[in-house]
Design a protein around this ligand. Sequence first.
Ligand code: SAM
Length: 208
Amino acid sequence: MYALDLGGRRRIATRPKAPVSVYGERIVGGYRIWDPFRSKLGALLLKSHRSDMGLSPASRVLYLGAATGTTVSHVSDMVSLVYAVEFSPRSMRDLLRLCESRENIVPLLEDASRPESYGTFLEPVDLVYQDVAQRNQAEIASRNVIRYLKPGGILILMVKTRSIDVTRPPREVLHAELGRLEGADLLDVVDLRPYHQDHWAVVAKKNR
Ligand code: SAM
């Protein structure tokens, strides 16, 4: 990942082998400018100054909730391999198009809440990244962390409080959800405003 100054604004970018725009993002001098409004991971990396996010060139990443590949494409620019799990066949069709031009994405049409169903395709990973709008977000993350994350590996969990409970205050929902997280110790919680409302990025480290 690179930090650039574009017209006096700090922007982050990734550098792909072939500088092709994936979701309409700008390309400047071979860099793909990461849109933090389109990608929660982009927002997190712009707001956080942590360096231990599990996104180094040798990393293997398990990405849960790949959708059409907006964020997956940037992750693919940075790491060695991305296992991209998505359960919507419609989104998967677009994701497969992205995979045709990139060799390091393994698309898996699977349900992230049933990690045992994709075990035969995976090796242990350095980062579990999750962005699924489900009621049991922490439970899904915990199951995948326990099964697939290496000891000392990183979990980045995007918590969308409105998908869990719209009737309670978002911060209360977030704290209850954090209490359900198993297998990883909390490092950081980042509010993703102004890029994403009622979304928090939770960064944790596998404890054993
Ligand atoms: N992470 C994507 C990005 O930044 O480009 C956006 C993800 S979108 C907010 C959430 C995605 O998670 C949807 O495509 C949805 O189909 C998928 N999803 C929700 N629950 C899932 C599950 N249990 N297993 C796999 N995918 C799931």
